[in-house]
Design a protein around this ligand. Structure first.
Ligand SMILES: Cc1ncc(COP(=O)(O)O)c(C=O)c1O
Length: 345
């Protein structure tokens, strides 16, 4: 079976983790500090705080902005439930907006329509590795949390995603661009926000008592994550090569392929196509030994039983994500192309 996602690990990755284990210091320590420095310098942000997951990064970002009861936070409907959870952790109200069908990203005009006095933040995911229109969204003037769970290494107008928002968050879940099993990060140029987040991340040996969290990353995760960060340019190169094979060979299938543009560098965290009947397509691909997935399991407005998200519905009903990752062989990518062409012909 060709899996939908697969991590790529080499002997040095294993050696680096073994080094941490041999050191006897497994919890948050020097490797976490080193990862924070490397990540901040890579994205060109002033400060970074490593945490235990992308969800923890979102939660602490919202807390650092003082978002709580009665606040509204704008997010797209077409995204995973992690965003909804983080907003509910702080008892704020999620305000869902519809997406741009071509890019799968949150649509700026839809954001403007729902802003009011209670709006305290906008969370902007760069979906599937294609940067959102983040500059226009930041210019609205509401605090923006850039969600780079899919987009670490993607650039827009010469800058990395993660360097536009007041805060930006990352996920290092096993299947992400950088996979450390679990893990996350918050980046910002705002030292006050970062100090709050650093304080809330762990609870021990503090002079005062406030509710804090156990959201620290381990040195094991950090060591693996830093190795992956060093290899990120080559990972992205390989993803683009595979996307090139797909773009060139799937044109005639009639399916909608990912949007391509010079200013918004797609890093192809996911290769998402839209076609008539994704469930039947996924079944046919499975019969041929290829695992495909719905790129978003269910849009948030469907969980919340809300209506009025036609673009999200349309995309959700048609979208399918096919395997794309550095560990995918040339042979497998051609097998995938041949299978899709046969199924859709
Ligand atoms: C866009 C987006 N943001 C945040 C998260 C949450 O990350 P984590 O699973 O590390 O909590 C995810 C997870 O898949 C995601 O896709």
């Amino acid at each position: 079976m060709i899996p939908h996602s697969k991590i790529i690990l080499d002997e040095e990755d294993i050696a680096v983790v073994a080094r941490v284990l041999r050191s006897g210091h497994l919890a948050q320590g020097d490797y976490v500090l080193s990862l924070e420095e490397k990540a901040a310098s890579f994205i060109e942000a002033d400060h970074a705080v490593a945490v235990s997951s992308g969800t923890a990064a979102l939660h602490l970002s919202l807390l650092s902005l003082g978002i709580g009861d009665g606040s509204e936070v704008i997010i797209p409907s077409y995204v995973c439930t992690a965003l909804l959870n983080a907003i509910h952790y702080v008892r704020a109200n999620p305000v869902l907006v519809d997406i741009e069908p071509g890019t799968y990203n949150i649509k700026v005009e839809n954001i403007r329509k729902v802003i009011n006095d209670k709006t305290k933040a906008i969370i902007v995911p760069h979906m599937f590795g294609l940067p959102a229109d983040i500059e226009s969204i930041v210019s609205i003037g509401i605090p923006v949390i850039e969600d780079c769970a899919h987009s670490v290494g993607a650039r827009l107008n010469g800058k990395y995603t993660g360097s536009f928002g007041l805060l930006s968050i990352f996920s290092f879940y096993a299947t992400k661009m950088l996979g450390a099993g679990e893990g996350g990060m918050v980046l910002s140029n705002d030292l006050d926000l970062i100090e709050t987040i650093r304080d809330l991340r762990d609870y021990d040996e503090k002079n005062n008592y406030i509710v804090r969290y156990n959201y620290a990353m381990t040195d094991i995760q950090a060591a693996l994550c830093e190795r992956q960060l060093n290899k990120l340019p080559s990972f992205i190169e390989r993803r683009k090569e595979i996307a090139g094979i797909y773009n060139n060979n799937l044109e005639r299938t009639g399916a909608s392929l990912p949007a391509v543009s010079d200013e918004r560098g797609h890093i192809y965290y996911r290769y998402v196509m839209r076609l008539g009947n994704p469930l039947k397509f996924m079944e046919e691909m499975r019969k041929r030994g290829i695992e495909c997935r719905r790129p978003v399991f269910k849009p948030l407005h469907r969980y919340l039983k809300l209506a009025g998200y036609p673009m999200t519905d349309n995309v959700w009903e048609k979208a399918v994500s096919i395997p794309i990752y550095p560990a995918l062989t040339e042979e497998d990518s051609h097998l995938i192309v041949d299978s899709i062409n046969k199924i859709l012909s």
